[in-house]
Design a protein around this ligand. Structure first.
Ligand code: HGY
Ligand code: MN
Ligand code: MN
Length: 416
């Protein structure tokens, strides 16, 4: 006799079609997406997601950070809901699946439960967290961070983009600021389905990543100040070249990360050069160093060495240097009960799987502070992400959503 729900499977084609429909909103220039947070494209994607949730019979909630909640009723209205979800915002040169798979995979499990008229004791809520990427408004995972009580809402509202627009103003402008108090919702558990964004699962030939931990992240914004001057008529000994100072610091970033091989990583993805004119020696550069490691002491060592080395480079070159911590979170250990539900689901469904430490940060890393949390990962082609060429297969998406379905249904308790 099959256990309740044992034969449940999602509709892989319907999930894939929804992913492709969402990908039409905020298209990139090379087949991916540029649906950055709080843009008109983000608003359009939110509206599409909401229309699908309402068509699936969900009741919608919206909090003051624009986090969206689509609830499918349970048989016990007093039971805390099981939440699933991720983010619909993308990088400027993002892929079609980063974040989106977790939101639409959550919607797909509701659609499947509706099709089969499966009832659960606990309600199930699909969530879209605002501004997971942290590109336009740093830091990453901003709204799940407010939800988990890490950041205050006022601090988040005051964050500005490169044009000086604030998060709060832009959220109001696109019409997606809700009334709900952020973080007032209590969760029975939270599960996030996400592409791996790295090469391990594909290389190991595994369908599913059972994410036991997430590595920690550190973002240090560095401002190096020298002196704008003519690139032609200024003698070399007289130059205060902020751009050269940054280049030498970035060499050290690479060296420091390699010194903690194989798990630590380091780079700078955000770089602003002023005045950024072909015949002016850069007078100032502002860049963000992104260090990551599963080991907190390694992150702290990399941060400390970065400051010492950068200060020395700038002192030697007669440059000014300032440091500002603009983002970060400690390594995360997910809830063993939820991780076991994910692993059992993969096993029961016959999907190949392996335990995994997430290389990227996710909303689940903050939600884990306030609710039992775990993640399900699927492979991505060549481990590529944060690139418009990001790709997964329909089968990988379906396997991930099947495992999400079983982990969620086991936790939400099938009734009848
Ligand atoms: O930065 C991260 O790891 C996430 O993709 N925002
Ligand atoms: Mn993501
Ligand atoms: Mn991302």
């Amino acid at each position: 006799m099959a256990a309740p729900g044992e034969n449940l499977r999602i509709d892989g084609q319907r999930l894939w079609d929804s992913l492709m429909d969402m990908a039409k909103i905020g298209p990139g220039v090379a087949g991916g997406n540029n649906r950055q947070t709080l843009t008109d494209a983000d608003a359009e994607g939110r509206a599409l997601f909401q229309s699908w949730c309402e068509a699936a019979g969900c009741t919608m909630g919206l909090d003051q950070m624009g986090n969206m909640f689509a609830q499918r009723a349970g048989t016990d209205p007093d039971a805390l809901p099981v939440y699933v979800g991720s983010h619909l915002d993308t990088q400027p040169t993002g892929g079609k699946y980063d974040g989106v798979l977790g939101v639409l995979g959550g919607l797909e499990i509701l659609r499947t439960l509706n099709d089969l008229d499966v009832k659960t004791k606990h309600p199930i809520v699909v969530t879209n967290f605002t501004n997971e990427e942290g590109t336009r408004f740093a830091p990453a995972m901003l709204s799940s961070g407010v939800f988990a009580g890490i950041h205050t809402q006022d601090w988040a509202y005051a964050k500005t983009d490169a044009e000086g627009k604030t998060f709060g103003d832009e959220l109001a402008r696109i019409g997606w600021r809700g009334d709900e108090e952020v973080g007032a919702r209590q969760m029975h558990a939270f599960f996030e389905l996400h592409i791996e964004q790295g090469p391990i699962l594909e290389a190991e030939g595994k369908d599913i990543g059972v994410v036991t931990h997430g590595q920690g992240l550190s973002w240090t914004q560095i401002t190096v100040t020298g002196k704008d001057a003519h690139t032609g008529s200024t003698p070399m000994p007289m130059r205060k070249n902020a751009g050269l100072g940054m280049a030498r610091i970035l060499e050290k970033v690479d060296e420091i990360a390699w010194s903690h091989a194989p798990h630590a990583v380091g780079a700078a993805g955000h770089i602003d050069v002023y005045p950024n004119s072909r015949n002016v020696i850069p007078g100032q550069v502002v860049f963000t160093v992104d260090f990551r490691s599963p080991d907190l002491s390694v992150i702290e060592d990399m941060e400390a060495r970065l400051k010492v080395e950068a200060q020395k480079i700038c002192d030697d070159m007669g440059l000014e240097v300032e440091f500002e911590k603009v983002g970060g979170f400690d390594p995360v250990a997910f809830d063993e009960g939820c991780v076991t539900a994910v692993r059992n689901a993969a096993e029961r469904l016959g999907y190949s799987h392996m335990d995994l430490i997430s290389g990227a940060g996710h909303d689940a890393c903050w939600v884990n502070r306030v609710a039992p949390t775990a993640m399900v990962m699927c492979p991505c082609v060549d481990g590529l992400s944060h690139n418009e060429a990001e790709e997964i297969t329909k089968e990988w998406a379906a396997a991930g959503a099947d495992v999400l379905l079983h982990a969620v249904v086991e936790t939400a308790e099938i009734v009848g």
